[in-house]
Design a protein around this ligand. Structure first.
Ligand code: SAM
Length: 196
């Protein structure tokens, strides 16, 4: 088990000072679909232990709000919110610190996997739905959403449901994502807010 964890990305992350090997998934995604830019305002969900946060900080964000069930590093910047993204109270706290809104939602959130595919897929879709239901009011026009999801029967209908709110939708599996994992990343780009 330990040997498996110490793969090439694990070693690379240690050497380059990233908090986790997951950092390379965001780097891979950004290489293929440029999503990160200086001055961006980002909501990062499922941020702990902080690999993606490290990558985001290298790009000089104007705002970075990190949400996780686990406690963050306790700094003023990025802003850490300890909470469950499926709960309204967490979104109320995000609203307090978001300023005008976000250019980018990023989610690498996943509840503890049970090993039962259908259950893990369901839990993952549940988190993704909670995030997508909050685009309106939090994501700025033209904004982007990147979501981890454990792929399954509901993935196709999920993408179909939400892609109408965006100009483009993609599914990607970064090279640094373990091939034996059913995780994929869904990218919705260029948000079109509903007309009031
Ligand atoms: N992207 C992170 C990195 O680069 O280090 C790794 C994220 S880790 C794979 C998944 C995280 O999602 C865990 O820290 C977990 O606590 C968080 N998480 C799971 N369910 C959540 C929820 N409902 N709300 C907020 N965070 C959640």
């Amino acid at each position: 088990m330990m040997e498996k964890r110490k793969d090439i990305y694990y070693k690379k992350a240690k050497k380059q000072g990233y908090s986790s090997r997951a950092a390379y998934k965001l780097i891979d995604i950004d290489r293929k679909f440029p999503i990160l830019f200086s001055g961006m305002r980002v909501l990062e969900i499922g941020s702990s232990p902080g690999g993606w946060t490290d990558v985001l900080m290298e790009r000089n964000p104007a705002n970075l709000v990190c949400v996780d069930l686990s406690a963050g590093k306790g700094s003023d910047f990025p802003i850490n919110i300890r909470g469950d993204i499926t709960r309204d109270e967490t979104w109320n706290r995000i609203r307090e610190v978001m300023g005008d809104g976000f250019d980018l939602f990023l989610s690498d959130a996943m509840a503890h996997t049970s090993g039962q595919h259908d259950r893990d897929h369901g839990a993952s879709v549940n988190i993704c739905n909670a995030i997508m239901e909050h685009c309106n009011g939090f994501l700025l026009p033209g904004g982007t959403v990147v979501l981890k999801q454990f792929q399954g029967d509901m993935t196709g209908p999920f993408v179909e449901k939400y892609k109408k709110m965006f100009r483009k939708a993609y599914i990607t599996k970064p090279p640094s994502s373990r091939s034996e994992s059913s995780e994929i990343y869904i990218i919705f780009s260029r948000f079109i807010p509903p007309v009031e």
